[in-house]
Design a protein around this ligand. Structure first.
Ligand code: AMP
Ligand code: ZN
Length: 511
């Protein structure tokens, strides 16, 4: 058995590609403690968001393929993310409130409803694109008490101060501020963008330094508010991640990930808060995903090149009915640190690759039934190709090389074709399982937590009967009947998904 390769990733903190060595062990096995920033649930997640989530998923899968234990935490931001927290839009509105007040938001009774709905959609998209479930998916609104306590501690140890509008972190109290991003070291030399990012909407003249950022906002008119030692209000965005990472992973975590826009200010601020609370390093390694572009341009609604996952995978007419695994394959086809251009041509190529994997899986499954001695040459060649794919992933997630090794394996298996049988088919099956565990592009991995058992549905029998009838109607090319059945299912609140494995169904999300 060849020894495992060493997992290496680019560390934004040191600007070096470094071997990742988890600090802790569970019975001699490395234990990776990993936190990745999740979405703000004010809208449907777009393919750019998922490019970043997929990077985290691939790191997790690679660590697990190496046999490591992992504790993976990724949050849901359901309060407090103001547009002023981002460099791109310093207008200062609350993302969730803005969404509720938009046309789209008219569907919701209130802000809690909006957060719940988009969280549920996120979980479904997560599942459809075959991302592994985190060990914990904490929500900011469920950790308000811990955030208040952290703010109290920062006030007590001199890293924060109160104004009439809120509690601010004092950047001057943390000399290491800027160590991740190289920005914001010096208040005088602060770039315009950095100033904008931490600027308050309603300029708070009591702020001591323009770099200081809000830990708590006093606001008894906000749509989401909690009682605190400073009256009614809500937490700043950055504090949730420092607090939840510490709660579930300990004071020093191994790895922290997110999209490149989070380096500054979000992650810089997370470090400042966490390290001021504990006096210990917050995260040993930082991994950031380069932004995705679409057809060579920044994705934006006004350019008409903005795609949510829903737009691509939802059945027509709501979406384009594209195979979710093809979307996954396309999104991981570029290395996470390189500029990535999503195009419909590369989506088509990805769909072809996924289709070839599916066909070869069927070939292998059929061949397993034929009990005959296998071809001795196949196993070592498949072993070598899996080793190549794993080594590529360990090389700073070189997904293009990993995918190339997998496609070489597909070619090899197709070459053996009809001669595939017995032991060699079983080895090929194991190879496909290994490849799927590593890249998640062969078949959906059903995780019980995220796939509620549809047989429990009160309409399950009726739905199954209608689906069988629909399949018959489609076979007989009676499309009027099959459409009518879809409408009937729709009225029952059932969504039908036509997949390569046949029609699947689930209950539609209620608003
Ligand atoms: P948000 O919901 O805005 O907090 O973003 C959730 C995650 O998606 C963060 O890690 C962002 O950095 C990431 N992200 C947002 N836009 C893109 C993009 N175009 N490409 C890659 N990652 C993105
Ligand atoms: Zn975060």
């Amino acid at each position: 058995m060849p020894s495992n390769p060493v997992l290496q990733l680019y560390n934004t903190l040191t600007k070096l590609v470094e071997p990742i060595t988890p600090a802790a062990f569970i019975q001699d096995t490395p234990h990776l403690r990993f936190y990745s920033c999740g979405p703000t649930v004010y809208s449907y997640a777009h393919i750019g968001n998922f490019r970043s989530f997929l990077t985290a998923d691939l790191i997790l899968r690679t660590a697990q393929a190496l046999g490591w234990k992992t504790t993976y935490v990724t949050n849901v931001t359901d309060v407090g993310h103001l547009t002023e927290d981002d460099l791109t839009d310093p207008s200062g509105e609350d993302r969730m409130v803005k969404a509720l007040q938009s046309k789209e938001g008219e569907r919701f009774a209130n802000i809690w409803d909006l957060a719940r709905y988009y969280t549920e959609v996120l979980l479904r998209d997560w599942d459809s694109l075959n991302l592994r479930e985190p060990d914990v998916r904490p929500r900011a609104t469920e950790h308000i008490r811990q955030q208040i306590e952290a703010v109290e501690q920062l006030l007590a140890n001199g890293h924060a101060y109160e104004t009439s509008q809120g509690i601010y972190f004092s950047v001057a109290s943390f000399p290491d501020y800027g160590k991740l991003s190289g920005r914001g070291h010096d208040a005088d030399a602060l770039e315009a963008g950095a100033a904008a990012a931490t600027r308050e909407v309603v300029t708070d003249s009591e702020k001591r330094d323009p770099r200081d950022f809000a830990l708590w906002k006093k606001d008894d008119a906000h749509l989401m508010q909690w009682y605190s030692p400073w009256g009614w209000g809500f937490p700043g965005w950055h504090i949730e991640c420092s607090v939840m990472a510490k709660a579930y992973l300990g004071e020093t975590i191994d790895l922290h990930a997110g999209g490149e826009d989070l380096i500054f200010p979000h992650h810089e601020c997370e470090i400042a808060q966490a390290e001021s609370l504990t006096g210990k390093p917050f995260a040993r390694y930082w991994a950031h995903t380069r932004f995705l572009q679409v057809e060579g341009e920044k994705m934006s609604k006004s350019k008409g090149n903005f795609y949510t996952v829903r737009d691509l995978i939802a059945p027509e007419p709501e979406g384009r009915g594209i195979d979710p695994l093809a979307v996954r394959m396309a999104l991981i086809s570029g290395q996470y640190r390189k500029p990535f251009n999503f195009t419909f041509d590369n989506l088509k190529a990805a769909a072809r690759h996924v289709q070839r994997l599916r066909e070869v899986s069927a070939l292998v499954a059929a061949a397993i039934e034929h009990d005959a001695p296998g071809d001795a040459f196949l196993a070592p060649r498949l072993d070598a190709l899996y080793a190549k794919a794993l080594a590529a992933m360990c090389d700073d997630l070189n997904t293009p090389d990993a995918i190339a090794a997998v496609l070489e394996g597909v070619k090899l298996l197709n070459g053996v074709g009809a001669n595939l049988n017995g032991a060699s088919a079983r080895r090929a099956q194991t190879w496909l399982d290994q490849v799927n565990a590593l890249l998640g592009v062969v078949a959906p991995e059903q995780s019980p937590s995220s796939h509620p058992d549809t047989t429990d549905d009160p309409f399950a029998e009726q739905v199954e009967a209608l689906l069988a009838e629909r399949a018959e109607a489609r076979k007989a090319k009676d499309f009027a009947r099959s459409d009518a059945i879809r409408d009937e299912l729709d009225a029952l609140g059932i969504e039908v998904m036509d997949t390569a494995e046949g029609a699947k169904w689930r209950r539609k999300l209620s608003i």
